[in-house]
Design a protein around this ligand. Structure first.
Ligand SMILES: [Zn+2]
Length: 441
């Protein structure tokens, strides 16, 4: 197994018992972090000098419909209703397994390029086992760590989740790959009947899988109460958006250990409702982050972290202004919290807390090096804030499970031009199915 010693960097471990940033050396042995100290003696290790860089745990994008990558930017001006009509009504049925593959491959490569080492691939367009296998293959080919969240199209709302397919994936493609785990992307109480929602959640619980569901833009449907009565909310339940859930519901869910993933840019832009960051913080929890749909917004998770932070601060200042006439004296949330949403909280949402999200001995070696010497970051007085200032161009190196995926600011992937060509052809063909807004259905 290869041993790599990373030297010279400031390290943000995100471990609760350590300083925000410190000069540490990291020894990677195989796929794990083997040692973490001010000075490490590792005679036979390859030494990499990361002076001037900041090392962070790989980012965790907890919610991405990676299969939509070929439609990038096509829905930038769609509302949520238009997105559902055009994409889920007109387009999804035309996806072939090859479209799923290239979307997931290109989308996952982009995630790595942006510093994401783990993605929650919310794949709610699995039209056949071949579509599932192709989507999984795209993730594996990219070399990203992924939770493949198996889902079905929204066109058939009250059909129970196909469990034979879940079991087939558990027995085959997922079991065989260390970087891949499986979860269930359920239509859930917002889109299916209470009986179906309960049966689907029960099936996930029986298999010990993360179950995740969308909720946005309205009061909770009766299915939410049915799930609560059945005792089906727990730490492996993940709610995406959560907009529209009243505070008492959020408190109940947080108490049960449920995680929440917000996707602030498209939530604010499309009409989902206000990100629930504040409700979660008041309940003693915190959000994880996703970028949701590249159809509408970019896939860079650090952008999501910045928007979530600024949005919550804005709400808190406005609330303070209402009572005092002026802005608050102290920030209500910090840059460190926002970075935790993009790392630690993402790992929790995907059931991977024991593997990723922090730099600690025994954890998987999922690491990102940010070049803090760049003109837009230097002199980088505050390392945590510097990470949030970083753009994709500052992401110098990315390691997943001890293997480099990006070095010297370039992905270590061959055939990128072919990937881009295939993505363009796939996107152009799929877009022909979308009618102009306002035309007869
Ligand atoms: Zn989504």
């Amino acid at each position: 197994m290869s041993r790599v010693l990373l030297r010279g960097a400031q390290v943000i471990t995100m471990a609760p018992d350590r300083p925000d940033a410190e000069h540490l050396e990291i020894l990677v042995d195989g796929d794990r972090i083997a040692a973490l100290d001010e000075s490490i003696d590792a005679p036979h290790a390859e030494v990499v000098d990361f002076s001037g860089r900041i090392l962070i745990p790989g980012l965790v994008n907890a919610h991405l419909h990676t299969w939509q990558t070929a439609l990038r930017s096509a829905g930038a001006d769609w509302t949520l209703a238009q997105y559902l009509t055009h994409l889920h009504g007109e387009c999804v049925g035309h996806y072939t397994p090859a479209d799923m593959h290239i979307g997931n491959l290109a989308g996952a490569l982009n995630q790595i390029n942006c510093g994401t080492t783990t993605v929650g691939d919310w794949c709610h367009n699995v039209l056949s086992p071949e579509h599932a296998d192709a989507a999984v293959e795209g993730l594996l080919q990219a070399g990203i760590r992924a939770v493949f969240l198996h889902g079905t199209p929204y066109r058939s709302p009250d059909i129970p989740h196909p469990l034979t397919e879940i079991d087939r994936l558990l027995d085959g493609p997922v079991r065989d790959h260390a970087l891949l785990t499986l979860g269930m992307a359920l239509q859930g109480p917002q889109y299916s009947s209470p009986e179906t929602a309960v049966a689907d959640f029960q099936a996930g619980a029986e298999r010990g899988l993360v179950v995740t569901t969308h909720q946005s833009g309205g009061e909770p449907s009766p299915g939410w109460e049915a799930l609560r009565s059945a005792g089906l909310f727990g730490p492996l339940t993940n709610i995406v958006h959560g907009s529209g859930l009243p505070d008492d519901w959020i408190e109940t869910l947080v108490e049960a250990g449920v995680t929440f993933t917000i996707t602030p840019e498209n939530e604010l832009g499309q009409g989902h409702g206000t990100p629930v960051t504040g409700s979660l913080l008041r309940s003693g929890a915190a959000p994880s982050l996703g970028t949701d749909i590249e159809t509408a917004v970019p896939g860079n998770l650090l952008t999501a972290a910045r928007i979530a932070l600024a949005h919550q601060r804005s709400l808190d200042h406005a609330r303070h202004r209402q009572t005092t006439g002026t802005y608050a004296d102290t920030p209500s949330v910090t840059a460190k919290q926002a970075l935790a949403w993009a790392t630690v909280e993402g790992a929790k949402a995907l059931g991977l807390t024991d593997r990723v999200g922090r730099i600690q001995v025994g954890m998987q070696a999922d690491l990102v090096a940010i070049d803090a010497r760049a003109l837009n970051l230097w002199p980088a007085h505050d390392p945590v804030a510097t990470v949030l200032h970083a753009d994709i161009a500052n992401i110098e190196a990315v390691m997943v499970a001890g293997s480099w995926r990006k070095r010297d600011h370039a992905l270590l992937t061959t055939g990128l031009d072919e990937v881009k060509d295939e993505l363009r052809v796939s996107g152009q063909r799929l877009l022909r199915n979308i009618r102009p807004t306002g035309s007869p259905a």
